[in-house]
Write a protein that binds this ligand. Sequence first.
Ligand code: SDX
Length: 376
Amino acid sequence: SEATPTLYKGLVGVYADVSSVSKVMPETNSLTYRGYAVQDLCEESNFEEVAYLLWHGELPNAAQLAAFQAEERANRALSPALLRVLREIPKGAHPMDAIRTAVSFMGAEDPEAADVSDAAQRRKAMRLLAKLPTAVAATNRLSKGLEPIAPDASLPFCENFFHLVFGKVPQPEVIKSFDVSMILYAEHTFNASTFTARTVTSTGADIHGAIAAGIAALKGPLHGGANEAVMHMLTEIGSPEAAEEWLDGKFDHKALVMGFGHRVYKNGDSRVPTMTKYAEKMAEVVGDRRWMETSRVLAAKMMRVKNIHPNLDFPAGPAYYLMGFDIPMFTPIFVCSRITGWAAHVFEQAADNRLIRPLSHYTGEEQRPVKPMAER
Ligand code: SDX
């Protein structure tokens, strides 16, 4: 009966706050982190430098980078208690559930759990950045009946990740493609998981809670879960020759095609050209062109028929597959990168906080009396 106020379902088009972390420019399909174009960061820096940039606002000099790397390398090991927790996770569980649990446990055992000062939150963010790859790799190995591998403090971040998963470090081209994916996944303004992390932070809660909630939001197939869904789709299609007919079947049922579309970009995702270039390099290194060819046919037809562009998850899925990762690890790898952007937003939210608490327009029953049990 009351007039409906203006609603912003899905918060479409709503500016919820200011931010100086990153800027999406859909008009030009571009994205900057702290003023630097992502494609330039991919060619001129590495993921550790970008993590420092997101947390401190400036690229590190050599001494600052060395100190940052030393702290990251010193914090990689999981506690024996957390390793026991990971061993208890059911084998068939999705690794995102295991990682969400691991972050929750890390929060409970963190020596500064109750301290939400900026300095303590930053130290906790560093511990999360360092430990997440160890937890992701351990989860993957335990799910296959393999023993976790201890982190190697002599290895840089990306090399160490491959060591943790496979027990060996691949050739530099593979590391570079992985590093690029980590830079591109690091940060993307007020996406659903980042906004979730900011909402948790706005209540005065600690960073582990904010990150666990961000992981919960990222798991969904409309968000980070899409990179896994893309690879399941490509393996289901099987070959470039089968792609057009497969897509026609989807169009007939008005089904979503994973890895396409974006809330903010309507003319193409700024990160796709760079990730596609490095996914193509992976196809060359491995000598298997099938997935990138299938992708090419799908993207061309989606553009032709629906005018919908691919998002970052579309080239990242086959890139990770060609690197040898199991498909259920793709979204956990996204977590290992996005922890940097999430944490930057946690710091920013806490530094100028106001509780996030919107309104809802009630459309339920009119007010009515409570009937006694016998009359219901
Ligand atoms: C990420 O926001 C971020 O920054 C997220 C992210 C990040 O870095 O954090 O970029 C990471 O989450 C990428 C998105 C991954 N998700 C997918 O690939 C899942 C498939 N995509 C869609 O479900 C969809 O495009 C969304 C969820 C990404 C965006 O949803 P919107 O903005 O609510 O758009 P919509 O669903 O209203 O779509 C508009 C139209 C619809 O058609 P009409 O009803 O107007 O006729 O486009 C169609 C949609 O049906 N459409 C698609 C489609 N995406 C949109 N049709 C088929 N396949 C698709 N993928």
